[in-house]
Design a protein around this ligand. Structure first.
Ligand SMILES: O=C(O)C(=O)C[C@H](O)C(=O)CO
Ligand SMILES: [Zn+2]
Length: 278
């Protein structure tokens, strides 16, 4: 488990490339036959990947000790989106089939949790976010068709994209976790530009569907103190509440966004005009 401390914007602005990558980048999200876990002190979000290939992968019982509880999801909810081949989750004996680009919300209290792939040649890749939860909501699979989707942007500004909102109040109740997936159209390179911050929530982006010779230049920092992080396929970036979070790719790509904090109001954003950025 990789633990990341919270970081003040005054400290972040002093960091060089290596420092920014150490604090904000999650370089390895998926490892074959393993569960990866990055625990941020920012709103206590946990992010990682689960990639069962030759055998099922379980949430280890030892996680309880790391979080001071009997088991990981005793006081937490978890959301995952499958960016690999078809697979399944088994929660206290109940099985959920999860196809490609399908999501599963796991309510507080699931104790025996394990994951598998239907075909080891096309392993499932479950990208997950987990947040502290105050009550149990029903576990539920959400398909792409069931997500709340909207297409934004324009080819003229190279930011044509479709936002699929899987875990938002319009789709299903969660305690604080919001998650979704944004797909950039062919020929579009910019996401979330003009950009924004939101003091009320932190956010994590996972970038994927990038070729090995492609990259996303992820923009972060306060609007007048911007920095960038070069992100490659299937890497994630932690975005504190004070930071913009936008990106421009060398090709189009897809990213998953996850938010936790005060509210689940997707449009509760502090917009930043391009002219005001430095
Ligand atoms: O394409 C976009 O714009 C997004 O997906 C925005 C993110 O969902 C976000 O930053 C929400 O706060
Ligand atoms: Zn945002």
């Amino acid at each position: 488990m990789d633990t990341r401390q919270a970081i003040h914007s005054d400290h972040a602005r002093t960091l060089d490339t290596a420092g920014l990558r150490r604090e904000f980048l999650v370089e390895e999200v998926f490892r074959p036959d393993a569960l990866t876990m990055t625990y941020s002190h920012i709103d206590r979000i946990v992010v990682g990947g689960i990639m069962p290939v030759t055998a099922p992968v379980e949430l280890p019982a030892s996680l309880g000790k790391s979080y001071g509880v009997a088991y990981f999801l005793e006081r937490r909810e978890m959301g995952l989106i499958n960016i690999g081949g078809p697979g399944w989750a088994e929660l206290d004996g109940a099985r959920y089939e999860i196809g490609s680009e399908e999501a599963l919300y796991i309510g507080l209290g699931a104790r025996e949790v394990r994951f598998g792939s239907d075909d080891p040649a096309r392993p499932a890749k479950f990208y997950y976010n987990s947040a502290p939860a105050h009550r149990q909501f029903p576990t539920r699979r959400v398909t792409l068709a069931e997500a709340a989707s909207v297409t934004l942007g324009d080819a003229r500004t190279a930011n044509r994209r479709t936002i699929h909102k899987f875990f938002v109040p319009d789709v299903l109740p969660t305690c604080q976790l919001s998650m979704g997936m944004t797909k950039l159209a062919e020929g579009s390179l910019w996401n979330t530009m003009p950009c924004h911050t939101h003091e009320r929530r932190m956010e994590v982006y996972l970038y994927f569907n990038l070729a090995s010779d492609a990259a996303v230049f992820h923009l972060m920092g306060q609007p007048q103190e911007t920095r960038h992080i070069v992100v490659h396929n299937e890497q994630a970036v932690i975005s504190p509440s004070w930071s913009i979070h936008s990106g421009v790719g060398t090709t189009n790509y897809t990213f998953i966004w996850g938010m936790v904090g005060e509210n689940q109001t997707f449009d509760d954003m502090d917009h930043v005009a391009v002219a005001d950025m430095r």
